[in-house]
Design a protein around this ligand. Sequence first.
Ligand SMILES: Cc1cc2nc3c(=O)[nH]c(=O)nc-3n(C[C@H](O)[C@H](O)[C@H](O)COP(=O)(O)OP(=O)(O)OC[C@H]3O[C@@H](n4cnc5c(N)ncnc54)[C@H](O)[C@@H]3O)c2cc1C
Length: 656
Amino acid sequence: MLSEVQRATLETLCDTFVPPVESDTGDPVEKAFLARTAGDMRIAAQIEAMLADALTPEEVAHLGGLLDALAEQGLAAGVPVEACTQIVLGVRAASPEAKQGLTQLKGLTLLLFYGLPDESTGLNPNWEALGYPGPISAAPSPEQAPKTIALTEVSGEHVTLECDVCVVGSGAGGSVIAAEAARAGRSVLVLEAGQYRSEADFNQLELQGYSELYYGGGLATSEDGSISVLAGQTLGGGTVVNYMNCIPTPERITKEWTSHGIVGLGDHAAYCREHVDVVMQRLNANTEATTQNATHRKLMAALDELGHEHRPIVRNATPDDRAENCGYCAMGCQHGCKLSAMKTWLQDASDSGARAVVGCHAEKILVSDGQATGVQAGVTHADGSITGLTVEAPNVVVACGAIESPALLLRSGIGGPAVGKHLRLHPAYVVMGVYDEPIEGWSGQIQSLVSDVFEDLEGEYGFLIEATGMFPGLIGAIFPWSDGTTHKALMQSFRWQAPFITVARDHGSGEVVLDDLGRAVMRWGLGDEVDRRLAQRANVELCRLHRAAGAVEVFTAHAQELRWRSGEDFDSFLERVDAASYDPNDVACFTAHQMGSCRMGSDPSTSVADGRGELHDVRGVWIGDGSAFPTAPGVNPMISIMALAHRTAGELLDPA
Ligand SMILES: Cc1cc2nc3c(=O)[nH]c(=O)nc-3n(C[C@H](O)[C@H](O)[C@H](O)COP(=O)(O)OP(=O)(O)OC[C@H]3O[C@@H](n4cnc5c(N)ncnc54)[C@H](O)[C@@H]3O)c2cc1C
């Protein structure tokens, strides 16, 4: 993919991101960690192999151009690392494209350096220095945890199947509609792009988890790199990897959605009784199994200190939830105590006769005379061969998640002018606190506390305060990088760090469009002034919380280090955080909640489906996932997606 010169430049670049650091420490583990370079782990070759599979020829040319520009500035083997660092920072500042390219290469280098297991030991050589144990328990055997959801296997060049309801996407929304339709006696086929992976497949390894369970292998971003996308791509979708925070749809949101013409939400109490309570019960949503790890105890102390209200979250867990293992459940729950869609609705669907086809990518919805007739898809097998699949069905439920659902409609040429518009992402920021006692944030439940004290900062727009887990690859990738030595020093306090996060309710919106190959491209930014102010305020409040909890250091996820150390002036630090750049690639920003891009509403020019969930322009095509939301709910969306899907299932099965 790369020329010899470009390959050599990439190797030097990776060693600039992770250089050898001399030290006089007597600790051999620390010494080896500091001395280890990206080259020692052959990271550049890994990156080239990953990108060769993922990039288009045009993207390869961009990468080559970036490496050529670095070489022209003098980046080469043998040049002192300080000079290389200055070259990288200079090229980074030269254009938004260079900044984005270098942010991605820095992220990949550090993700692999801190995440890639050694082939012989199964452990990453840097974990010991970080105090991170790696996997703490073995997956059960397939006999101990058998797969119980019925699949339909297809083979050969082309297969045609028939059903009453074809559900495309098996996540939070699709799974509920599949279960309800199968329970009502309809023949149901679920098409899922990911594979069927369950307890026996989950080995607590971060990189394997991203590549096998996440959309885009966990590496998806918006077109300009301004936001990273976390979403599931596996049977059960995002619910298999999510943090189990179950929040019912707030009443003000059901009111707002009713004003958009959504059917069945006008009486909030009845909607909760008939839909929210039903899904909460099926998921065994409870607080009895919720416990706070050290990160959340710090967050609780901070909120108490500042006089802010908070509450333990409600989680979809079995009563025997094994908290000590929960820190790894973003890579799937080995013990089956996470009651994901796979463990609940999809199992119900299967038990009622539904069948799923996995590794199955829906390309197009088939339509005749304004009525759905089925789905055209391709099933990819382990050897790379593909079986064409035509599903003949009078009802198609679009539930691919809010990035891929609009792409499916756009490829099919249906849904009208609003398809892909009004994308909401609940942008999330993270700020680290370093404490003078070990936190070990990988241990215990990933999320267990929430505060909505900042939810109304700008009218009905604001953010939730929550916390998250510690994943060495991801954390390494998003930490500020001003030079490789400082980055390594930041990673050395990994064991003492706690990550607090905010989840904001979007005021503005993004969109999904198609590229020339028919793939989804996501566009999003902080062009909306309210969203930008909330981003600044979110970072400032997270810093305040860490200080209140007694952190001895606080730093943000800006590309250029913004760090406060005990004894320094805190107010001027907050001023710098507030005044910092929130432009693309200047600060790490995430979305784990994608919504709204095929929204329901009464106006076909601003919505895709009517208030019952059926497309305005095609009968028999229903929107069944988070893309159906008219606006952002401002709370973690799984329960709202399932409750709305439950309501939509009723409309589909019993049209009034
Ligand atoms: C790390 C993480 C943590 C989270 N934590 C929480 C939380 O604590 N609480 C909460 O409420 N929410 C949480 N969420 C969000 C929640 O899980 C999602 O909002 C929810 O799963 C989205 O449901 P969905 O039905 O819209 O799509 P998904 O659950 O994403 O399902 C869509 C499915 O469609 C499949 N698909 C895509 N395209 C195609 C195609 N063309 N053909 C066939 N199949 C296709 C995908 O592979 C995927 O499995 C979290 C998400 C993540 C990623």
